[in-house]
Design a protein around this ligand. Structure first.
Ligand code: HPA
Length: 267
C-alpha cells in the first residue's frame, strides 16, 4: 500500500467519518444513479490528489462514502479505463484507498456487448471468469513477488453465490458468463467477436479486468456484473456506439440496483 493511499484514506476519513468501509462499488457507464442514493459524503476525485481524472461521458468522477441498505460503502462514480491514458493500472490508487478504508469486498459493474443470444440487451451477466484479450496487465512494473497473483477463482465464488441469491430473491434474471477485456476505445470488429466467442467469451467490454487483477493483488474479494447494452459487433443489425451504450445502460441499471441493494442489506 503506498503512503499516498494511507494519506488519502486519512483525508477521506476526516471528511466522511472514521467508520470502516465494508464494500466498494465501481459504477460503469450509465450506471451512476446509485451513487446519488447513498446517505453519506461525496468527494470529487479532483479533491483527492493523485486520483485519476475520469473523462468518459456517462461516468461521474466522485467518491461517495456512506450508508446503503445498512452497509457502509464506498461508491466510485467514475472509473478510468486503459484507453484514456494508456495505463492499465489507472485504478490502482483508488483501489488501494478502498483497501486502506477497511473494505473487504469490491463489486464492479460495467456496460458490455453480449455474444450470447440468451443474454440480450437489457439483461445482466454475472462474471464467472474473464479472458484478458488485451495482453495488458496493471501489475507490469510492480517489483514485489506479490505481483504473481493467482487468478483461479479471481471472481470470488462466495460473493457470486450471494449475488445470485440476491438476484433470485428479487426475481431478477442473472446469468453467469465469461467476460473478455478488449482494450478499446474502438469497438471490436465482427471477426474479433467471432474469434473471442470461439475462445469461450460470452460478453465483451473495455474495463473491469484490470480492476479484478488489482483487487486480487490488494487482497480484496471481488465480483463483477455486466449490464448488456448491445449484441456484440456483427451479431445484430443495431449500430454500436457510446451513445447507444449510455442510452441502453439504464435498462439494466434498475435491475442491477435491486440486486445490489439486496446484496448489501445482507452483507
Ligand atoms: N464492446 C466493448 N465494450 C462495450 C460494448 C461492446 O460491444 N458495449 C458496451 N461496452
Amino acid at each position: 500500500m503506498s503512503r499516498n493511499a494511507d494519506e488519502l484514506a486519512a483525508l477521506i476519513r476526516s471528511r466522511a467519518g472514521a467508520a470502516p468501509v465494508s464494500v466498494g462499488l465501481v459504477l460503469g457507464s450509465g450506471l451512476g444513479q446509485l451513487a446519488e442514493e447513498v446517505d453519506g459524503t461525496a468527494i470529487d476525485y479532483a479533491d483527492l490528489p493523485g486520483f485519476p481524472h475520469a473523462g468518459v461521458s456517462g461516468h461521474s468522477p466522485r467518491l461517495v462514502i456512506g450508508d446503503l441498505e445498512g452497509c457502509r460503502v464506498a461508491v466510485f462514480g467514475g472509473r478510468v479505463h486503459y484507453y484514456e491514458s494508456g495505463r492499465a493500472d489507472a485504478m490502482r490508487l483508488p483501489l488501494e484507498v478502498l483497501r486502506a478504508l477497511g473494505a473487504e469486498a469490491l463489486i464492479l459493474t460495467n456496460a458490455a456487448g453480449s455474444m450470447r443470444v440468451d443474454i440480450p440487451p437489457g439483461e445482466l451477466m454475472l462474471l464467472s471468469d474473464h479472458i484478458n484479450f488485451s495482453g495488458l496487465n496493471p501489475l507490469i512494473g510492480e517489483p514485489s513477488d506479490a505481483r504473481f497473483v493467482p487468478m483461479k477463482d479471481a471472481h470470488d465464488p462466495q460473493l457470486r453465490a450471494r449475488l445470485l441469491d440476491a438476484a433470485k430473491a428479487q426475481g431478477v434474471p442473472l446469468t453467469e458468463g465469461v467476460y473478455a477485456w478488449y482494450s478499446g476505445p474502438s469497438f471490436e470488429t465482427p471477426a474479433e467477436i467471432r474469434a473471442i466467442r470461439t475462445l469461450g467469451a460470452d460478453a465483451v467490454g473495455m474495463s473491469t479486468v484490470p480492476e479484478v487483477i488489482l483487487a486480487r493483488f490488494l487482497g480484496l474479494r471481488v465480483a463483477a456484473i455486466s449490464t448488456i447494452t448491445n449484441m456484440a459487433a456483427g451479431m445484430s443489425d443495431e449500430k454500436i456506439s457510446h451513445e447507444h451504450t449510455k442510452a441502453m445502460a439504464p435498462l439494466g441499471a434498475a435491475k442491477l440496483e435491486r440486486i445490489l441493494r439486496r446484496f448489501l442489506s445482507e452483507f
